[in-house]
Design a protein around this ligand. Structure first.
Ligand code: SF4
Ligand code: SF4
Length: 392
C-alpha cells in the first residue's frame, strides 16, 4: 500500500474504503461478509474508512466490526454530519453523539459536513454557531480533523475552500469529471491551499467499468501496460499528486484484492503521455455517445441568471448515455439542493453565453431540451418535498 500525508503529516492509504455499498441481505448489511472484506483491506494496509450518518446501517456495522476485531487504533474513521436535517445546535450535538455510539468510539478522525452544496449552506451553519461547536469538539479530541464533502461546481467549491480553516475535503472526481463538479481546477485550488483531497466516485458509480461504449473499451485495451477499465480510472487519479485518498466502495474480497494490488504500485506521474492520450480519446468516445457536445470548459459562464450551463448539459448527457435515473440522482444533488437556483428555467435567452462557446452549441435551445428531460414532474415533486424537509 502506498500512503500520502494529510494536512498534519499523518499517512493515509491512497485507497480508502467507501462504506456506502456493503452487501445487503434481507434488507440488512451482511455483517459476516463485510467483516471479511474490511479485515482483508486492513491487512492490505487500508487505513481510511468513509461512512456517513445517512448510509443505512453503515456506521453501526463499521463500529461493530472494528470493536470486535480490536482494530480501532489501526484505522481512521471518516463520517459525516447530515446538517441539512438539523435546525439547531442541539440537533447537531444529538446526531454527533449518536454517531459516536453507532461507531463505538470516543472520537471521529475525519469529520465532514455532508454535501455542502454552496456558500449559503455553510453560512446557515455558521449562523447556528457551528464554528464554536467544531472548535469545542476539536479541543476535546472528539473530532480530530474537519472537512466537507461537495457536489457543486468549481467556482462555488473554491469559495467554500476559502470559507473555513478546513483540514481536508472530499469531491467527486474521475477522468470523465475532469471539468465538471469541482473538477481539476477545484482539486488544484484545494491543493494550492494545502488541503488534502479525498476522491469519491472514482468509477462514476461503476459506469467507467460497466457503461462504456465498445469503442472506448477497445481503446483502453490498447495501452502498453495492461489495465482493466477500473485500473485505468484509479491510475488516472493516483497519477495526480494533488489526490490524497481515492475511495472505493468495495463489496467483495476479489474487489478488495484487485484494488489494494493496484494501490500497492501506484505513484504520482505513473501515466505516460501515450496513456494520457488514450484516456483523452476514451473521453471523446464517451462524449460522442452523448446528447450535447459540451466539454465543460465553462467559457460560457457566468450566466447573468445563474444558470449552471455546463452542469445541466453534463446531467443531460448522462441521461442519454447512462439512463435518466442515474442522471437525475446526479442532477438532484447539484441542482435541487441548492439555495440559489441554477435551473434552465432561469434562462431569459439573452444569448450572451452562445457568443463564448467554442463548440458553437445552441445553448438556449439545448437548455430547453435538457430542462424538459431533467426537470420532469417526478423531479419537481421530489425537489419540492426535499427542499421543504431541508428548509431550503
Ligand atoms: S441565454 Fe440564458 S443561459 Fe445563456 S447567458 Fe443568457 S440567460 Fe444565461
Ligand atoms: S462554453 Fe460551450 S462547451 Fe464550454 S461549458 Fe459552455 S456550453 Fe459547454
Amino acid at each position: 500500500m502506498q500512503y500520502r500525508n494529510d494536512k498534519h503529516g499523518n499517512p493515509l492509504s491512497i485507497l480508502g474504503y467507501g462504506c456506502m455499498r456493503f452487501t445487503q441481505q434481507m434488507g440488512k448489511i451482511n455483517i459476516e461478509k463485510t467483516e471479511k472484506e474490511l479485515l482483508a483491506a486492513i491487512d492490505a494496509g487500508v487505513n481510511y474508512f468513509d461512512t456517513a450518518y445517512i448510509y443505512p446501517g453503515s456506521e453501526a456495522a463499521v463500529g461493530e466490526i472494528f470493536e470486535r476485531n480490536h482494530v480501532r487504533d489501526k484505522v481512521n474513521i471518516a463520517t459525516k454530519l447530515p446538517h441539512y436535517l438539523m435546525k439547531d445546535l442541539d440537533g447537531i450535538e444529538k446526531t454527533f453523539n449518536e454517531e459516536l455510539k453507532r461507531l463505538r468510539t470516543d472520537h471521529i478522525d475525519y469529520y465532514l459536513m455532508h454535501m455542502l452544496t454552496d456558500l449559503p449552506t455553510w453560512q446557515r451553519l455558521e449562523a447556528l454557531g457551528i464554528r464554536d461547536w467544531i472548535r469545542k469538539k476539536m479541543d476535546s479530541g472528539a473530532i480530530r480533523q474537519i472537512g466537507f464533502s461537495y457536489h457543486g461546481n468549481a467556482d462555488m467549491f473554491c469559495k467554500l475552500v476559502d470559507a473555513n480553516d478546513w483540514d481536508f475535503c472530499q469531491i467527486q472526481y474521475n477522468y470523465l469529471d475532469e471539468t465538471s463538479q469541482a473538477g481539476r481546477d477545484g482539486l488544484k485550488y484545494a491543493a494550492s491551499k494545502g488541503i488534502p483531497v479525498v476522491i469519491m466516485e472514482p468509477l462514476r458509480g461503476g459506469r467507467l467499468v460497466n457503461g462504456l461504449p465498445k469503442s472506448a473499451l477497445k481503446l483502453l485495451s490498447s495501452g502498453d501496460t495492461p489495465r482493466t477499465p477500473a485500473q485505468w480510472a484509479f491510475d488516472w487519479l493516483w497519477n495526480q499528486p494533488e489526490v490524497t485518498v481515492v475511495l472505493s466502495g468495495m463489496n467483495s474480497l476479489e474487489m478488495v484484492q484487485d484494488n489494494t494490488a493496484s494501490a500497492d504500485k501506484a505513484y504520482a506521474g505513473m501515466l505516460s503521455e501515450a496513456d494520457q492520450e488514450i484516456l483523452q480519446k476514451v473521453v471523446k468516445e464517451i462524449l460522442s455517445h452523448m446528447a450535447v457536445g459540451c466539454t465543460g470548459c465553462r467559457y460560457c459562464m457566468p450566466c447573468p441568471k445563474n444558470v449552471d450551463i455546463p452542469g445541466i448539459f453534463f446531467a443531460y448527457n448522462m441521461a442519454k448515455s447512462q439512463g435518466l435515473l442515474t442522471a437525475e440522482k446526479s442532477y438532484f444533488m447539484t441542482s435541487a439542493l441548492r439555495r440559489d437556483s441554477t435551473s434552465p428555467s432561469n434562462c431569459v435567452e439573452c444569448g450572451k453565453c452562445e457568443k463564448h462557446c467554442p463548440q458553437h452549441i445552441e445553448i438556449r435551445k439545448m437548455l430547453k431540451e435538457a430542462g424538459k428531460t431533467l426537470e420532469n414532474p417526478i423531479y419537481k415533486a421530489a425537489a419540492y418535498v426535499t427542499r421543504k424537509v431541508m428548509k431550503l
